[in-house]
Design a binder for this molecule. Structure first.
Ligand code: GRF
Length: 195
């Protein structure tokens, strides 16, 4: 069974969706650890599910690469075969990406290549986009530039706030992420460069 590490920074609703799916007897993957760069609220979901949760803080390290190396040590210790960034609000350093990519995926709240970066929902609204959505993609050494695996679109409603639009995106994002992980685990979705 595929072993998964999930990385978060926030409330962890995507993590919760993965945990709920993985609790089903027929789910083809197992979440073996959850990591964060901060004391994220979402770590409680992992603890409640009895899954090891760890925090590796960038400020405790002399460089981003050293932080990434410590994060990689944790993930390696749990023998994860897929790393899922589900709301990790930091750019993973190059050494980390080189070790895990393409078995390293991210979910991003926009239709990449449109609106990369940390403020994707705000940027889509500011640009007056009529449609936006969510992208699950492989992480490469760029920022939200790796190969796209799956996308789902949502129409922007007139007058909608950033929070309202983001919540509607997340309603699509959670099942899309779960389905993508399921398909990777089953081998029906091949990661680029993986046999
Ligand atoms: C998601 O929309 C993710 O794409 C973005 O931050 C949000 C995290 O939500 N980067 P949650 O913590 O999973 O609820």
């Amino acid at each position: 069974m595929l072993k998964i590490a999930v990385l978060i920074s926030g409330g962890g609703s995507n993590l919760k969706a993965l945990l709920d799916a993985a609790a089903e007897p027929d789910f083809p993957a197992q979440i073996v650890c959850v990591g964060s760069d901060t004391d994220a609220d979402g770590l409680e979901h992992a603890r409640a599910a009895g899954i090891p949760a760890f925090v590796v803080r960038p400020r405790d390290f002399g460089s981003r690469e050293d932080w990434g190396a410590a994060l990689a040590d944790e993930i390696r210790a749990h023998d994860a075969g897929l790393v899922v960034s589900a709301g990790l609000m930091r750019i993973l350093p190059a050494g980390f990406v080189r070790e895990f990519s393409p078995r390293l995926i991210n979910t991003h709240p926009a239709l990449l290549p449109a609106f990369p970066g940390a403020h994707a929902v705000r940027d889509a609204l500011a640009a007056g986009a009529a449609r936006t959505g969510v992208t699950v993609h492989v992480i490469d050494e760029g920022v939200d530039t790796g190969p796209v695996l799956r996308q789902a679109a949502v129409d922007v409603r007139p007058g909608e706030t950033e929070a309202e639009l983001h919540e509607r995106i997340k309603q699509l994002e959670r099942p899309l992420l779960v389905q993508t992980v399921r398909d990777i685990a089953l081998g029906t979705l091949r990661l680029p460069g993986v046999g």
